[in-house]
Design a protein around this ligand. Structure first.
Ligand SMILES: [Mg+2]
Length: 422
């Protein structure tokens, strides 16, 4: 007897699910990602082939075959054949508040769906400025579910691997001391902030004075003895002018020694950004400037000052290294939380920014063994009616529509015996 789920409207039969269930949720394919996590400035210049590329679009419009096997209250089974990865800002959260459909979407993938399936998932955000643990607590509260640091990557998470390479580093961005705490938690031994430099030389930034709290927490330095080996922009700067001045001062040193000035302007330390998003989605009706805008500004000012081109490096989406990091995290998370010791054949990535979420997912999909399927939602940076610069394989109104699409698509693949093909 056919009926329909009240909330989702998905038609289903009262029996017939169990026979296909084991087949439905199985999966092959192991991915061993190479370990390179960064990209230089030149990697961010959009290629014409990217912009014109027409990715496969598998839409529910193209395939409207009936979904005919879900049960009304089936026992919950965890999918081992597919997984989900979520961007956060503009997909689940906006202006610090959950997007209305986000809570239902998370319930849906945690078993409250007519198929009785729970789908493993991770979060992959370019945001940052707090420890992963702290950010997971925020997300747990906002989405009314438990989020574990083992399923969470933010923009600066891959920078952890750089702690072995650099000892004394300048860490920029975020509120107060938070990013210093994050960097020290990653294992960086000597973490200097712009506040330390301003406290030591107050005329470093003529128009910025530290608050009492900032002054208290900042450290006095012996500038003659400090050699900055690398600059890391962990989170959005709260003071572009002051932070840019200090980064530029470092870049114009001889080999990072703070009290020196290069004559050739090609001896400065490397600069790493935790992502390259020029804008991001907040509660404001128009997207706001993000770290990528600071990066563009810094590169332009450096060239204006020195006549030299500045090549900075970046983590985060759309860097392939970040997706490789995510692949490892997902594999570990599936093993730890569900006992699944293999890669999913399909990972649905749900994001709101074509230039990072969709571009990164599509480009990673070209080099990885499993299928990374890009889904663009309309609740964030991307606005309905615009032509996305990087074309998603599916566009949905909200994250709830996106997760529903993913689960239905997997079910349809199984029903038609088309595992791994479209
Ligand atoms: Mg976003």
């Amino acid at each position: 007897m056919a009926t329909a789920d009240e909330r989702t409207g998905i038609p289903y039969q009262r029996d017939g699910m169990n026979a296909a269930r084991a087949e439905f949720y199985r999966g092959p394919n192991m991915v061993i990602p190479p370990k390179h996590l960064m990209a230089s400035t030149s990697d961010h210049i959009p290629k014409l082939s990217d912009m014109n590329q027409h990715q496969e679009e598998v839409s529910s419009e193209e395939d409207n075959s009936p979904i005919n096997t879900p049960m009304p209250n089936p026992p919950t089974v965890t999918s081992d054949d597919f997984a989900l990865a979520f961007d956060i800002d503009g997909v689940l959260i906006k202006g610090g508040q959950p997007i209305p459909e986000a809570v239902d979407a998370m319930k849906y993938i945690n078993g409250e769906n007519p198929y009785g399936v729970k789908v493993p998932y991770i979060f992959l955000t370019n945001g940052g400025g707090k420890t992963e643990k702290e950010r997971c607590l925020d997300l747990s509260r906002q989405l009314d579910l438990d989020v574990d640091p083992g399923q969470f990557i933010c923009g600066h998470t891959p920078m952890r691997d750089m702690a072995e390479r650099y000892h004394t580093v300048l860490v920029v961005g975020g509120e107060g001391e938070k990013c210093r705490i994050v960097a020290e938690g990653y294992g960086f031994k000597d973490v200097i902030t712009p506040g330390d430099i301003i406290k030591t030389r107050h005329d470093t930034t003529p128009f910025r004075t530290l608050t009492d709290e900032e002054y208290e927490s900042s450290r006095l330095l012996d500038l003659d003895k400090i050699r900055i080996e690398a600059v890391f922009v962990f989170a959005d700067s709260r003071d572009w002018a002051g932070d840019q001045q200090i980064i530029l001062d470092c870049l114009m040193t001889e080999d990072g020694w703070l009290n020196t000035r290069s004559k050739t302007f090609n001896q400065g330390p490397p600069v790493f950004f935790s992502h390259t998003d020029v804008v991001w989605s907040t509660s404001h009706e128009h997207s706001r400037l993000g770290m990528g805008a600071l990066r563009a500004s810094l590169e332009a000012v450096y060239q204006a000052l020195t006549g030299k081109k500045l090549n900075t490096m970046a983590f985060g989406k759309p860097q392939i290294g970040t997706y490789q990091f995510a692949t490892r995290l997902l594999q570990e998370w599936r093993k730890e939380s569900c006992g699944i010791d293999r890669s999913p054949s399909t990972v649905y990535f749900i994001g709101d920014t074509p230039e990072s979420d969709i571009r990164g997912t599509n480009e990673f999909n070209e080099i990885t063994d499993n299928d990374w399927f890009s889904i663009l939602v309309k609740t964030g940076v991307y606005q309905d009616g615009a032509t996305p610069r990087y074309k998603p394989r599916m566009t949905c109104n909200t994250v709830f529509d996106a997760v529903k699409f993913a689960i239905e698509r997997e079910h349809r693949k199984n029903s038609k015996g088309e595992l791994g093909s479209d």
